[in-house]
Structures are given as structure tokens and as C-alpha cells.
Ligand binder design. Structure first.
Ligand SMILES: Cc1ncc(COP(=O)(O)O)c(C=O)c1O
Length: 481
């Protein structure tokens, strides 16, 4: 994850040179005007009053952003950056898509807000468009404000539907920052947050490059990961397990594409024991992997699908749960004890309708798949040939990771799991070298993720990979193998 610590203000760091931009080359024609004094003022106000996520507050210097268009953002120095992070992997349709901006403006003029208890045209239409993309037996959408509260409510539905309490999820996962979601999370953000919460169990998923099952092939990894999961369920007591919660392709925790057969095997385990299968599609959904949902790469249908981010590219906060007909029936004549003031907010839903329609019209999902196959994948593999620190390249669509190592034989991670400070120096340097050259990176421990908007062009990918090549050259010195 790119944290705010990484976005050091250029004025303070003095490390970023100013670049003037030809504004006409940007699709929207937005003008990039350097205004360093305004940038400095915003940075000072930020430090005086804004409390940031996941950060030691006194150690950060967030870079003020003046504007954005397509795959680029720019600061108040007039310096433009290619956004290889899609911010926090959510601007799937790119920044400031005119059709989405227009839809939000039109909705604001018509009806900014209405409580969830009323019917609303864009809410109904957004639900229809989301349900239309889900498997046949998932027809209703419970809207939330983002991904974590989607996970929270999906878990609640599963528990009430089954009358059981446990949730099984993976160590290598991230599910959000609310009570149940952060405890279901595997990554270190769970560690300070899972005090006194019962009913969450973690298991190992497939990850052949660092197999805990001593597997040597994808097939072995798949079979052994499924056998392990089944055993975890049996030892926990199948009658106590409400849900298996999985990112269809693990995102922040590694861009781990499951082997063929894994998700189908999970579906079978759920069916055998009457467990609800919850697919977390918050990061992987809506085009990111070159499909509407990442599980569409395989022939499986979950019982609940949690989404957020790409559904409207985060232009207005929105998430939700797509509910199977069977679980819907549980709450047909029984109150669902959950709700949110802004559930199905009209501005967010108008943005979702415009996003989903535009993605279909402009064939953006297909573009993402092709970009991965023809440009990102081959480009990253070419970098792997030049830079020994790249242990593995993996991904699909616009969802890629470089697993960086200090030794290819032992596969020793370039920095340790949960590294920070001095231990994280090689990755901090890689991030800084990218930003210096005008590329916004997404890094997590020893990994560099390549997760640009789905709308990014092949030429822009080449531009970003050239910068990454230079930045990797700087950190090649950390390779000791
Ligand atoms: C897979 C996954 N699930 C859930 C979440 C939580 O979403 P939000 O930050 O919108 O609450 C995230 C956020 O990155 C995510 O990547």
C-alpha cells in the first residue's frame, strides 16, 4: 500500500523538480497552473488539522494535489505524475471522466440526497446494473458507504442466515477497517485491532511462489490449499462456521491469482457444509482484472458479493453487498438488523450508473484485459530479465505485482513482512525514485504493485515502465544473491 508517508511534499523534501505540462495534451484540457504558494498553504493546513489514515501523524508530509485527468495527477508545483496506483486502487475509469462528472453534476442539480427508506431512480438503476453483472441468482443490492461496511454487513447477513458465528478468511488478505472487517483481515493492520473479538479464524490460501504446502505446481498448491481449508473447517466445527470470506484475487496482500479450481473448490466446501461463500470484490471488481468481477475468470457463483471502489471509481463513496435469492428470502419477512444513513446515496449511485454504462460503452473492461496481456505482463517480465530483485511477476488485467527479493534462490523478501523505518529502506527508496521521476507507485512490504486505471493507454504503460526500470536500477544494489 502506498501510504501517506510516501507522498512527501516537494517543497519540504526539495527532491522533486518542476516540470511544465502541455495542458492541451490532456484529454479534458484542464489547465495545469503551478501555484507553489497555494501548495505550501494547503500542506501547512493539512499538518495543522488533518488526521490521516494508517499513519504516525508527526512523520508524514502529504503532497497536495491540484488536479487530475485520466491516468495523471499533478501538484501545485505544476509537476505531473502518472498514477500507477489508481490512488488506492479505485479510479478504474481514470480521473475526471467527463461522463461521470456530468452525471454527478446533473444529479446534484436534480436531487442531492434522499433517505434510504424512499425509492430513488438512480439507486434502483445502479442496483439493476450491478445485479445484471452478477450471477443469475444474485438479484438484490444492499448499498453501503464503502468496502469495510459492505464486509461488515455481508458477515452479519451470513451469521443471521446460517445461525452460526464463525468466519474463515485468509492470513494474506485485507477486508477493511470496521470491527468485523478488520478482524477478518489477515494483514498486520489486524494485529492491534483484534482484541476480544471471537468468531474469526484464519487459514492459508494458495501462493505457489511462497508455498506453505511445499507445492511445486499450481495443481499441487490448489489441492493442498483446499485440503487445508477443509481441515480448518472440520477442526473448527462445520456447524459453527457461517462464512468463508475471500478476495477472489487477493489485492493489497499480494495480487495472488488463485490457481484454476481453487474458487470452485471453495464453493464445493461451502456447499458441503452449508457455509455462505462471501466474495470480496472491493479491489478486484469492476474491470480491474479484465472482468466485471474477478471470480468471472472461473465458473463460480458466490452467495454474497461485496463491492466498492471501481463501481463508481470512488468519485463519490459507495459500496455494497449483492445478495443471493436464498439469503434475500431469509430477510423477506424478517427484519435485517442493519442500515446506514447514506445507503444508496443518489450522488454516489448516479456516479455508479454513469461509470457502469460508460465502462460498457467504451469497452473498458475488455481494454483492461488486453492491456494486461499485451503490455503490462510482457513489460514487467522484460524488467524481470534485467533486474534480479524481481523474483516473481504475477497478475491479470491492470492488477499486477512484482515480488521483490534479495536472493532469487532463497526467495528472501527484499524487506521483511510488516517492515517499517530502516528495515523498509529499499522499498522507500524505490518509491521515492519513482515519484522523483513522475510516477505514483503502490508498494506493500516487499512488493511493487502495478495497478493503473483500466483506461490507461499502452503508451502510458510504457512511459511508467520506463520510469520503473530506472528506479529499479537504483535499488538493484540491494540484491545480494
Ligand atoms: C479487498 C478489500 N476489501 C475491503 C476493503 C475496504 O474498503 P474501504 O476502504 O472502502 O472500506 C478494501 C480496501 O482497500 C479492500 O482492498
Amino acid at each position: 500500500m502506498t501510504t501517506d508517508q510516501d507522498l512527501t511534499h516537494p517543497i519540504e523534501s526539495g527532491s522533486i523538480e518542476s516540470v511544465s505540462i502541455d495542458a492541451d495534451s490532456l484529454e479534458t484540457g484542464s489547465l495545469i497552473i503551478a501555484d507553489p504558494d497555494e501548495g505550501k498553504r494547503i500542506a501547512e493546513l493539512d499538518r495543522a488539522h488533518v488526521f490521516h489514515s494508517w499513519s504516525a501523524q508527526a512523520q508524514i508530509a502529504p503532497l497536495p494535489i491540484a488536479g487530475a485527468s485520466g491516468s495523471y495527477i499533478w501538484d501545485y508545483e505544476g509537476k505531473r505524475y502518472l498514477d500507477f496506483s489508481s490512488q488506492l486502487v479505485f479510479t478504474n475509469i481514470g480521473h475526471q471522466h467527463p461522463k461521470v462528472v456530468g452525471a454527478i453534476q446533473a444529479q446534484a442539480a436534480k436531487l442531492c440526497t434522499i433517505a434510504p427508506a424512499f425509492g430513488n431512480d438512480v439507486r434502483s438503476e445502479a442496483a439493476r446494473l450491478v445485479a445484471e453483472r452478477a450471477p443469475d441468482n444474485l438479484n438484490h443490492v444492499f448499498f453501503t458507504n464503502g468496502g469495510a461496511d459492505g464486509i461488515e454487513n455481508a458477515i452479519r447477513m451470513a451469521r443471521l442466515h446460517t445461525g452460526r458465528h464463525k468466519v474463515v478468511s485468509l492470513y494474506r488478505s485485507y477486508h477493511g477497517n470496521t470491527a468485523a472487517a478488520i478482524v477478518a483481515t489477515g494483514d498486520p493492520r489486524r494485529w492491534p485491532n483484534d482484541i476480544g473479538v471471537a468468531g474469526h479464524v484464519h487459514a492459508f490460501g494458495p501462493y505457489l511462489y511462497r508455498s506453505v504446502f511445499s507445492a511445486e505446481t499450481e495443481e499441487q498448491e490448489c489441492d493442498r490449499a483446499l485440503a487445508h481449508l477443509r481441515q480448518v473447517i472440520e477442526l473448527e466445527g462445520p456447524g459453527t462456521v457461517a462464512a468463508i470470506l475471500l478476495e477472489s484475487i487477493v489485492g493489497t496482500a499480494g495480487i495472488l491469482v488463485p490457481p484454476d479450481g481453487y474458487l470452485a473448490g471453495v464453493r464445493a466446501i461451502c456447499d458441503d457444509y452449508g457455509i455462505v461463500y462471501i466474495a470480496d470484490e472491493v479491489m478486484a471488481g469492476f474491470g480491474r482484472t479484465g472482468r466485471w468481477f474477478a471470480f468471472n475468470h472461473w465458473d463460480v457463483a458466490p452467495d454474497l458479493i461485496v463491492f466498492a471502489k471501481g463501481v463508481n471509481s470512488g468519485y463519490v463513496p459507495l459500496g455494497g453487498v449483492v445478495v443471493s435469492d436464498e439469503i434475500y428470502a431469509t430477510f423477506a419477512d424478517r427484519v435485517f438488523p442493519g442500515g446506514l444513513t447514506y445507503s444508496g446515496h443518489p450522488l454516489a449511485c448516479a456516479a455508479a450508473v454513469a461509470t457502469l454504462e460508460t465502462m460498457a460503452e467504451e469497452r473498458i473492461v475488455e481494454h483492461a484485459l488486453e492491456l494486461g496481456a499485451t503490455t503490462i505482463g510482457p513489460g514487467l517480465r522484460a524488467l524481470q530479465e534485467r533486474h534480479p530483485v524481481i523474483g516473481e511477476v504475477r497478475g491479470v488485467g491492470v492488477f499486477w505485482a512484482l515480488d521483490l527479493v534479495s536472493d532469487r534462490t532463497s526467495r528472501a523478501m527484499l524487506v521483511p513482512y510488516n517492515a517499517s523505518g530502516a528495515a523498509n529502506a529499499p522499498m522507500a527508496e524505490l518509491g521515492a525514485e519513482c515519484r522523483k521521476r513522475g510516477l505514483i507507485p503502490f508498494t506493500n512490504y516487499n512488493r511493487f504493485h502495478v495497478v493503473p486505471p483500466c483506461t490507461t493507454s499502452a503508451a502510458e504503460i510504457e512511459e511508467g515502465l520506463a520510469i520503473l526500470d530506472e528506479a529499479l536500477t537504483v535499488i538493484d544494489k540491494y540484491y545480494v544473491g
